[in-house]
Ligand binder design. Structure first.
Ligand code: SF4
Length: 207
């Protein structure tokens, strides 16, 4: 994990995807990934310098495109690796201000994140003095569903919902962090993660 920029560069955007989480979703693919999984589908996104800079115009466009699609269930952050530059990714999430894109009468947009890191690796960062520790916590604490783990070609399974290989897991991250407001609180009372939790358990956005 690095702290390279204020915001990640944007490797791609899909405003109507059925393949990146539950339901119809907007997907932002951020640039930068250190994992180099064999047969990765997005190798161009590994370079953090790839893609577009997040300019005010691009931000305005993204927010308008999402606001104009009331049928979207949520936003997915994928990559690349959203946790490669966690503070930058969290800055992006803050700028998007998802809650302001729906009225009080509409269901809120939920957040899915795809990461190549495992849950245990991310918890290891939270338990460390890593400079990006708080950013990792904040990202996880806003994430309804985390799809975690590297893509392993030997475990590829096209029958799995929302995952490419069977080692990857879907975790209700926000719930697993116990809704804590700070990293210190979460680590004091971190409930055990139910690793058997499957798609059905979180298909409504972890709620
Ligand atoms: S984590 Fe995702 S983007 Fe990164 S190498 Fe693996 S499959 Fe590709």
């Amino acid at each position: 994990m690095k702290s390279l920029a204020t915001y990640p560069r944007i490797a791609g955007i899909n405003y109507e995807s059925m393949n990146d989480g539950n339901g119809m979703r907007a997907v932002i693919y951020v640039s930068g990934c250190p994992h180099h999984c064999p047969q990765c589908h997005n190798p161009e996104s590994h370079d953090p310098a790839y893609g577009e800079e997040l300019t005010p115009d691009l931000l305005t466009t993204i927010r308008k495109e999402i606001a104009d699609r009331p049928f979207l269930q949520g936003l997915t952050l994928s990559g690349g690796e959203p946790f490669f530059q966690p503070q930058a990714t969290f800055n992006l999430l803050n700028l998007l201000n998802l809650s302001a894109l729906r009225s009080k009468d509409e269901p809120p947009l939920n957040l899915w994140i795809y990461t190549g890191y495992t849950w245990e690796e991310l918890m290891g960062v939270l338990s460390s003095n890593h400079p990006e520790r708080e950013a990792v916590f904040q990202l996880l604490n806003h994430t309804d569903c985390l799809v975690e783990g590297r893509f392993e070609i030997a475990k590829r399974d096209i029958t799995l919902a929302h995952r490419g290989s069977s080692n990857q897991r879907i975790i209700a991250a926000k719930i697993s962090l116990n809704g804590s407001q700070s990293c210190a609180e979460a680590l004091t009372d971190l409930p055990p993660v139910d690793l058997s939790m499957d798609y059905d358990a979180v298909k409504n956005g972890g709620k």
